[in-house]
Design a protein around this ligand. Sequence first.
Ligand code: 16G
Length: 167
Amino acid sequence: SEGGLFNPNVLEQLSLPQTDGLSIRPLKSEDYDRGFLQLLAQLTEVGNVSREQFLSRFHMMKNAGNYYVVIIEDVNNEKLVATATLIVEQKFIHNCAVRGRLEDVVVNSEYRGKHLGKLAVKSILELSRYLGCYKLTLDCKDHLIPFYESLGFKREPNNANYLNMRF
Ligand code: 16G
């Protein structure tokens, strides 16, 4: 084992709800063979990412130290049931603050309707708070706005003109 993407101790510091039969842990390199990319493919286009590409990106993220890809695993059958990512950005503003971005939230279709998306987002929320982020932001598909609002995220009226450029 090459270990996880980040120190698992940080997750133990968080006050997360009881999760019978589930473990919340950092992504590990072995997850390539356990369907991690297939899980992400339930969110968007992943492409044919080879083991070498995956490991190289994994190590870049690990060395960078600001990528927190969290996995929720079913301990009974070792299936990956959900994932969510926190990226922590260093800033000069707000007294050299750090800011969090919530990305790539996906719940395995076999496990939907069990509030696991909520659990995944809550872990990132708590983690970003623990790491001192002054804010946590996300963008999502229109139909998921109510879900994120139910977890306490706010839409900013003056942020309605969200622009993006696709390459
Ligand atoms: C959603 C995701 C974003 C992901 C994107 C992929 C959340 C909160 N948002 O917006 O993280 O990268 O979908 O869609 O999970 P795309 O392939 O159209 O960029």
